[in-house]
Design a protein around this ligand. Structure first.
Ligand SMILES: Nc1ncnc2c1ncn2[C@@H]1O[C@H](COP(=O)(O)OP(=O)(O)OP(=O)(O)O)[C@@H](O)[C@H]1O
Length: 605
């Protein structure tokens, strides 16, 4: 669960936090809370980037360094206002994050973490060696931030800037995760079974969203660095090195890397524990030393082993027992419908596949296959294992590039275009291995299908300007869930559903994009008899509504009862095309399926 689930207690905590400097609390408390607020800002960025998006960065301390040094240089050397320092820091950070992100986010695996380590080390040594930035001594005498006549010089005053920024950032990230861009971001995390294929098939540019997350996380770190510099009134390289880069990640993991509350819990826990350990450990072990790092290492291993989601989800569960939790937001089904596309009349040419071919090295997986689909048709694509059905499906939907051949959808050539463009042209699909976001509700998963019918970006979402459109998307998702008979499970987490309902949710998600053609990749695979019956009912209903379908399926019985025409493939080649009775009667098809005896009278393999 990424959203903060306790709105009332959160509001009470906010009032208490912001009122604290007015109370006679010790200065030490304020100092500690200032650090916790500063760390939370950076860790919130990691929650978004690493916890939600699955992109690990060790370089957030370096972005904080850019914020600190930009304002340090502009205010001490050039004598400019700290606010200009902030604007310059944000601009430099955004440019650097875009450049680093564009270079590394295309790559998978370890490249991004490695690149962020390199970037953190490079910046540390750069600022430590530049004369103009005071080398390792840094810059002294930064002015206090002022706003009109109000100076934020004292710790109690800058507290409000720090916590104002941290709480606004928390609100922005919370809103972002519950929005059109947020749903795509939550679908990207490869560590939680996500990836690029599904969001791209919904029409989203996954690289763009990775970049957006990377830039937002960097900007949050930059703001933290700016506030830190003006709180300390000096800057030096040590808080921006790789040690702090690792410590921020540690805070995120310990706190709960996928949760906004986890950012604050992690920052508070690590800061308070570090201070205590620094006092107690030298007494135990004697002498001085960074003993707390050893303890943190052990704690990290234990957390990863016993509470891999961090401590906040545990706290959250405890709070859920005693506090009023957030109600599932009702869906306003009176919201105006989203714009829909104009669909071709029944019988019009919809999909024209002309001699498509796919070679994997020496293997011709799809060998000059041609077929057409007219509006309102239900076409099945069948063949024995390895016949090339899935490859054909992926060629038509743009997941794989063609070796040669042409594909025309609604009169436009779509071969050579990626799945994003093909989705935009009116094709939507489901996946052989279900690709839902397990920790999003069923409704949110279906709303993800509305991506191309909505417009709000990350900034609008963070500012809360997307609410009218969100109401429309949620109402559309609910309509599609009603259409497939799953409305009563709308607020269930998708990961809690059995495979049969999950496949139906995928169909609802595809329908939410208002497609002219729906491609279903082995929808009956792995389903129990009753689940298959429920699926067949839904598909019959869609057929009656005039939807056009291409169905790749192993279960011949299922295909025979549903389709108007069937294309049969064998060894990558076109074997025959005909009505279900023609295919059933074909000796060539019987021979292809491991001998005629395997195709029974009911048509089951
Ligand atoms: N990425 C790939 N690289 C190399 N060979 C591949 C690749 N994808 C598929 N193939 C090969 O292409 C052939 C067709 O595979 P495909 O998955 O399209 O068949 P299929 O009819 O969908 O089979 P199944 O019913 O078992 O899913 C197979 O021989 C397969 O091993």
């Amino acid at each position: 669960m990424t959203r903060f689930p306790f709105p009332l207690p959160a509001a009470a905590a906010t009032v208490l936090l912001l009122g604290l400097p007015l109370l006679p609390v010790p200065d030490f408390w304020i100092t500690q809370l200032n650090y916790i607020g500063l760390f939370s800002l950076v860790v919130l960025g990691l929650v978004l980037l690493t916890g939600v998006g699955g992109l690990t960065s060790f370089g957030q301390a370096a972005f904080a360094g850019v914020g600190a040094y930009a304002t340090g240089y502009l205010t001490t050397v050039l004598g400019l206002s700290p606010w200009l320092g902030l604007i310059a820091g944000l601009a430099v950070t955004a440019a650097l994050a875009l450049a680093i992100g564009a270079l590394t986010l295309r790559m998978s695996g370890h490249y991004l973490p490695l690149a962020t380590i390199c970037w953190c080390l490079a910046l540390y040594y750069l600022i430590g060696n530049l004369e103009v930035l005071g080398k390792y001594d840094g810059l002294l005498g930064l002015p206090a931030v002022t706003l009109g006549d109000v100076s934020f010089q004292s710790e109690r005053r800058i507290y409000w800037l720090i916590w104002g920024a941290a709480l606004l950032a928390a609100l922005g990230v919370t809103r972002l995760l519950d929005s059109r861009p947020g749903r795509i971001m939550r679908a990207l995390n490869a560590n939680r079974g996500g990836g690029s294929t599904m969001p791209e098939a919904m029409g989203a540019s996954t690289l763009r969203y990775k970049l957006v997350m990377f830039v937002i996380a960097a900007l949050l770190a930059c703001v933290s660095g700016w506030l830190y510099a003006h709180m300390q009134r000096s800057v030096n390289p040590s808080p921006f090195g790789i040690k702090f880069g690792i410590e921020y990640l540690f805070m995120a993991v310990v706190g709960g890397i996928g949760t906004v509350g986890g950012a604050f819990a992690g920052a508070a826990l690590v800061k308070l524990a570090e201070d205590q350990l620094k006092v107690w450990l030298p007494l135990v072990f004697g002498g001085s030393g960074n003993y707390e790092i050893i303890v943190f290492g052990i704690v990290l291993v234990l957390v990863l082993r016993f509470a891999p989601d961090g401590l906040w989800p545990l706290v959250s569960r405890l709070l859920a027992r005693v506090l009023p939790a957030r109600d599932a937001r009702a869906v306003d089904e009176t919201a105006p419908p989203l714009a829909s596309r104009s669909h071709p009349p029944r019988g019009a040419a919809l999909l024209d596949v002309r001699a498509i071919r796919k070679q994997f090295g020496g293997l011709v997986a799809v060998n000059d296959i041609s077929f057409q689909i007219r509006a309102g048709d239900i076409v099945g694509l069948i063949g024995p294992n390895g016949a090339g059905k899935s490859t054909t499906f992926n060629l038509v939907s743009g997941v794989l590039p063609l070796t040669r051949g042409e594909v025309e959808l609604l009169g436009q050539r779509v071969d050579g275009r990626g799945s994003r463009d093909i989705a935009r042209a009116g094709l939507s699909r489901t996946f052989q291995h279900v690709k839902l976001v397990p920790d999003m509700t069923v409704l949110e998963n279906v709303a993800l299908g509305c991506y191309l019918r909505t417009k709000s970006g990350a900034v609008a979402a963070m500012l809360g300007l997307d609410r009218a459109e969100e109401r429309q998307a949620r109402a559309e998702a609910m309509r599609q869930l009603r259409r497939i008979g799953l409305a009563d499970q709308a607020f269930e987490l998708a990961g809690n559903l059995a495979l049969g309902p999950q496949r139906l949710v995928e169909i609802a998600r595809a329908l939410a994009s208002d497609p002219s053609l729906l491609l279903l990749d082995e929808p009956a695979a792995g389903l129990r008899h009753k689940e298959k019956e429920a699926l067949a009912e839904v598909l019959k209903q869609l057929k009656a509504e005039g939807l056009s379908l291409l169905l790749v399926e192993h279960d011949m019985d299922f295909v025979m009862k549903l389709t108007d025409r069937i294309v049969v493939m064998e060894f990558g080649r076109w074997l025959m095309e005909g009505t279900p009775p023609e295919v059933q009667a074909s000796p060539a098809v019987r021979a292809a399926y491991l001998g005629a005896d395997d195709l029974t009278d009911e048509g089951r393999i």
